[in-house]
Structure formats: structure tokens, C-alpha cells
Design a protein around this ligand. Sequence first.
Ligand SMILES: [Zn+2]
Length: 569
Amino acid sequence: MVPSQQLLLRAGMMRQSSSGIYSILPFGQRVLDKIENIIDEELENIGCQKLSLPNLLPSENWKKTGRWESTGQEMFKLKDRKGADFLLAPTHEEEITSLIAKEIQSYRQLPIRVYQVGRKFRDELRARSGLLRGKEFLMKDLYTFDVSEEEALKTYDDVVLAYRRIMKRFGIPYAVAEADTGNIGGTHSHEFHVLSKVGEDSLLSCASCGYTSNEERAIGIIPNIPTKAATKFHCSDIVPKWVESLDIIPRSTFKLRPKVQLGVMKMESQDETKASSCALVAVATAGDRSVNEIKVSKAIGKIEFASSIDDVRTLIANDSLDKITVCIDQSLYPGQSSLRAKDLDMKGLKDPMFEELKSIFSIENSICNLHVIYGDYHNCLPEDGCPHCFNNKGTIEPMKMTRAIEIGHTFMLGTKYSQPLGAMFVLEGTQNLEPMQMGCYGLGITRLLASIVEASHDQKGIIWPESVAPFRAVIVTSEDERCITAAESIYDIVQKALKTKSGVIIDDRLDVTLGFKMKDAELIGYPWMIIIGKGFLRTGNVEVQHRKTGEKWSLERPKILSFFEERQL
Ligand SMILES: [Zn+2]
């Protein structure tokens, strides 16, 4: 169990209903409400309006965008009594776009920024880690509609800034990672992360310029000096020897040993009478590098990777293998710029290695095309150089790796949904119908709740940031009648000082000791604890403890008001 799951259960903030599905109890709900309020305030400030979309959706729009088929088994699909297809919403692009398509016709009605906080459903194969990965979860999703790409980019920047303000108000360490670089200038997809050891994502970041990227996509400049692992790698496998023998890897002074990962790319056959064909893909990296499958697939198409030669045979099955693509990774030519792709003619090649390879994969003699491409196909390692600093200053600034939990994602969608769902408008001064330029922006609310706990806890329990704590202060008393009476008047004083409605709570349970209540208060994680016990009976002073710093104060009663007035949010 991850700490957030353990602590939220122990502190009585949630209960498991079934695997990946939770009930949120009153204290947990208070935190969720506060998270939602912060988001509402910041989104309202940039002109967003809140609405509510259904969760039970008909399949029609999803069939139009192709996602009914492509989403796969993660989608909860169901039928109504008439046999019509429905789904439980995993996201709402289709629903909002078709709604806007019906309502908006003219440029005069744009821009529009609408969002909701609602439930989403995903049939996770392995729901785990409590609220970090569940089958049912709360999300804030914002959708924006603009008249042009330029306007949509302005909207995008507004939202990213609002997201930064939201994260700042939660008071926990976070990072914004570049997710994808667009072709209209500037990056327009970002991931928002909470830094935490238990995160499933790894971020690489540069302390010098602030560049941050998810390891999945990170670009890193490989230092010229290779590690021992890069040079010492030896592989008895036929394939690396063969790749080496082709003389397609630049001869560097370091003699880096190539390591090769194989995969198969299926190719759709246009002619149905012919057997479908496929390509053998070999990705060569230096010995200390692993292949980044996302990067390779992005460069040449969807590939199924194999862990052995037998796997390759299974993947090829009965298809005809008629192309070989060799991807040579930058780690094999560090410090050199990208090389040009080349095609080698294998016809009549009397290479004994190639003969062996042909027999391994029963390659037909007709194959003569070997395509070699060069590029970035590896996973970055910490200490790789920051690409921005390299491009701007020519220096290699080593990057650092941190674990993180992704809690938000911002995208420019362009016309991906507005086109198929007919969200069109009449352009100013024309009769032309144009598709709207869309953006979508998600924040996982239940995941945020758990991430805040991951980022802010100790052995004693949760340490809520003041902005989202279920209550900002707790008053714990001993069972002495005088303490209980004092607690009630101090409650009014603190309430007045903090100027927040129900910011304070009294723990006046009679069946547990003061010590037990104090332990509970630390587990629940109230920012402030006011103790009215033996010390109060002896001196008339109350003790105040700060959960985050462990600082303690002994206050005379008249000082309590000003103490908390100085500590308003
Ligand atoms: Zn940098």
C-alpha cells in the first residue's frame, strides 16, 4: 500500500468499496471541496464557466470520432434495454463538442471556456495505489473553443498560468513537463506533476534553465565521454555483429558496442488477395542505453517489440517479411549531429552474416531493401545534457531525475474533434464555415487529494497544507469539565481570528484520553493543534502546536486571538 492509501484509510477520510473504487468520508470530502474551490476561483479568474455533463453517454459521437473502437478495454461499455450502445464517460471531448456544435454558430459567440468537475470511469486492469489509480475518479475537465489557432494559443497560455497558480496554492512541490512540441511554434502540451517518490512517472529536469520533460519523451544530449557500460557491452547474438558488419555505425574513437532490440512492424496490405506484409525493425543503441519504444514508434510507426528471436518469429507469423529497417541511435555517435538516412541495396550481397540472418528469419531472396535511419531512440539517463542549454549555449548541463505523479495535462486539440462532430462557425466577414480550434485541460481531483498526502506526510500522519486542510485547527481537551468549558470559548475566539466558516473543530470525545486525541490530530494532519489539558489547569495557558514545523507555543488566553489573526491565509 502506498502511504496516501494507508493514511487516508487510517485517518478515516475514505473507505474502499471494491477494487479501485472508494467512498470519500466527510473529512476527505472537505478536502476535495477545498481543492475544487481553489480550482473554481482560478478558472473563474480567466473567464471559465462551470457546467455539468452526463456520465452515461450514447455511443454515436464516439463512433464518429473513432474512439468507440480505438479506446479498447479500458472503456466501460454497456447496453440499454433496447440494445443501444452506451458508455460510462472516461472523458468528455465528444459530449462537449457536440453540445457546442448545436449551440454556437458565429464568431460573435466565441471564445468559450467551459469546465466541469465530474466522475470519470476507466476499467483499469490493475487498479492500485488507492486514489492514485482507480476505476472511478473525480476530474476537473476544461474545454476551450476559439476562432483561430492564434487565439487558441493565447487561451492555452492563460490556462497554463492558471494551472501554475492553482498548484502554488496547494503548497506542495510540483513540476511542469513539456509533453510534446507543436509545429506552430511553442510547446502546447504540458503535464503537471506532484513530485513524489511513489510516482509512476520519471521527470528529467535542468537546474540551469528549468527544462523539464517526462522520461518517456525526454530528449537528452549524450555526453561525449561514454560510460563503461556503453563500451564494455558484448553480445554474442548474431544481430549486433551483423549490424556492426554493415558499417552503418559511425566509427567513433570510443568503439561503442552496439546493443540491438528487435521488433516487427505490420503493414496494412491494400491488396486483399495478397498476404499481409511486415518489416523487421532493429534498433541499435550503445550498451548502456535502453530503447524508448514511444520514440521509435513515433519515428516509423507502430512496432511490436520482441525480447528474443523466437518472439520475432511469432510476431512475423505468416506475414511476408519484405523490409528491414535499422534505427541507429544517437548514443552510438555521441557529439555528432544527426546523420542522413540511407538505403542499402542488399541484392547479391555475399555477406555471410546476412545469409545467416536470412536463414534465421526465413527471409525470402526477394528482399533487397534495407533502410537505415539515424536519430534519438533511447531512454534518457540522469546526467544527460539539457537540450535547451545545448542549443542556446552549446554547453552540456547535466539533468536530474525525479519521480512524480501526473495530476494534470493540457492539450491543444486543434480541429481533431470539432471537424468530425461539426462544431463549426461562420468566420467574420465571410459566409465560410470554419471548425473551431479546441483545447482540453484536465486535473485529477481525487488523484490530487492522494498526491498532496504523498508529498506532505511523516511517520505520525498527514500534514495538510493550510489551503486544503479539512479544518485548519483542532482543539483537543482532557475530560475535565473546566477544560471543556474553556475549549468552547476558545473555539469562538479562533473561529473569529481565522475568519473562515468552520475552520476549527473541537475533539471533545469522552471515551478517549487527551494523549490519544493528540495522536489522532497528528494522523489527520490539522495544521494547528490547540491543547487544553493539565498545563491549562495549572497555569491557565493553552499550548499551540504547528503540525508542519513541530513548533510549540504556550499562550495566555488574551493572546490567542492575535496569534491566529496573524496566521490567516
Ligand atoms: Zn537547461
